[in-house]
Design a protein around this ligand. Structure first.
Ligand code: C2E
Ligand code: MG
Ligand code: MG
Ligand code: MG
Length: 278
C-alpha cells in the first residue's frame, strides 16, 4: 500500500515491492527497463560542517520515478537490483551522473565540494570497480578528490583482505572513502586501522534519542573519539532535531547530515546552497 509521505519536500508515493500487486518477475522487468527509460534520478543531501555551518559535501541518493509517477525507495529496489546483478549498470550510471553533475557545478563557478556516491557490496567485490571509477572521472573531467565513495561497514567486512587491497587502489586514485552505517557491521578495531578511509559515518540508529538514551550517547561519543584518534573525519547521519545537532556539535562531531540541516533535494536545489566563488 502506497502511502503519502507528507514530511517530504515533494509529493509522491512510496511503493513496497513485496506487496504492490506486481509479482517478482514483473518487478525485475520494470527494474531492467528503468535504466534504459531514464526513470532514475539522483537527489543530493547536504553535509554541514559544524565549525563553519557551511555545506561541505553532498550525498547522491538514487531515486526511481516510474512511468506511472510512483516513487520507489532505494531501500526497496536496491536489494532486488543486487540480487539480479542490475546494481552493476545502475551503480555505474550513478557514478557517472554524480561526477558529471559535480563537474557541472564547478564549471558554473560554485564553491567546489566532494560528491558522495554509495557503492554496493556487489560493486565492491568486482575487480572492475577501480576501473569504473577511473572511467567516470576521466569521462566527466572531475578531479578525484571531489568524489567520495560511501561503502558500508558490512560490505567492507565480507572479504577484509580484498577490501583492504581495493581501498588502497582507490586511495591511490585520489578519491575519498567513507565507511557508511558505521557501528552496524561488526568491524574490529584492528581492521579499521587497516582500511584506508577518510571518514566514518555514524549510523542513524545511534543518533535516535541521543539526548535521552545514555547508551546511544555513549556509543556516539566513543565513535567520535575513535575517529579522531585515527585521524578520520566523523559524520553523524539522520540528524533530525536541533537538540541532536547541539548534542553532536558539543561533542566534536565534524559533519552533520540529516533532515534538520537539509533533506535530499534535486541537483538544482542543492547548488543554490553553495555560494559561487566568482
Ligand atoms: P544511506 O547511504 O545510509 O543513506 C542515508 C539514508 O537516510 C537516505 O535514505 C536518506 O534519505 C535518509 N536520511 C537522511 N537524513 C535523514 C533523517 O534525518 N532521518 C531519517 N529518518 N532518514 C534520513 P534513502 O535515500 O532512502 O536511501 C536508503 C539507502 O539506500 C541508503 O542508505 C543506501 O544504502 C541506499 N542507496 C541510496 N542510493 C544508492 C545508490 O546510488 N547506490 C547504492 N548502492 N545504494 C544506494
Ligand atoms: Mg550513504
Ligand atoms: Mg548510512
Ligand atoms: Mg543505510
Amino acid at each position: 500500500r502506497a502511502k503519502a509521505l507528507g514530511r517530504n519536500n515533494y509529493r509522491h508515493f512510496t511503493v513496497n515491492l513485496s506487496n504492490d500487486g506486481y509479482d517478482r518477475l514483473e518487478w525485475i522487468t520494470r527494474l531492467r527497463n528503468a535504466l534504459a527509460n531514464g526513470e532514475f534520478m539522483l537527489h543530493y543531501q547536504p553535509k554541514i560542517e559544524v565549525l563553519s555551518g557551511r555545506v561541505t559535501g553532498a550525498e547522491a541518493l538514487l531515486r526511481w520515478r516510474t512511468a506511472d509517477g510512483q516513487m520507489i525507495s532505494p531501500a526497496e529496489f536496491i536489494p532486488l537490483a543486487e540480487e539480479i546483478g542490475l546494481i552493476v549498470p545502475i551503480g555505474e550510471w550513478v557514478l557517472n551522473e554524480a561526477c558529471r553533475t559535480n563537474r557541472a557545478w564547478q564549471a558554473a563557478g560554485y564553491r567546489p565540494i566532494p560528491v558522495s556516491v554509495n557503492i554496493s557490496a556487489i560493486q565492491l567485490e568486482r575487480d572492475d570497480l577501480v576501473h569504473k571509477v577511473t572511467q567516470a572521472l576521466n569521462e566527466t573531467g572531475l578531479t578525484a578528490r571531489f568524489l567520495e565513495l560511501e561503502i558500508t561497514e558490512s560490505a567492507l567486512m565480507s572479504d577484509v583482505n580484498q577490501s583492504i587491497a581495493t581501498l588502497n587502489r582507490l586511495r591511490e586514485l585520489g578519491v575519498q572513502i567513507a565507511i557508511d552505517d558505521f557501528g552496524t557491521g561488526y568491524s574490529s578495531l584492528g581492521h579499521l586501522k587497516r582500511f584506508a578511509v577518510n571518514t566514518l559515518k555514524i549510523d542513524q540508529s545511534f543518533i535516535r534519542n541521543i539526548t535521552t538514551d545514555r547508551g546511544n550517547a555513549g556509543i556516539v561519543q566513543a565513535v567520535i573519539s575513535l575517529a579522531h584518534t585515527l585521524g578520520l573525519t566523523v559524520v553523524a547521519e539522520g540528524v533530525e532535531t536541533p537538540d541532536e545537532y547541539r548534542h553532536l556539535s558539543a561533542r566534536g562531531c565534524d559533519l552533520i547530515q540529516g533532515y534538520y540541516t537539509g533533506r535530499p533535494v534535486t541537483a538544482d536545489q542543492l547548488v543554490t546552497q553553495l555560494r559561487p566563488v566568482r
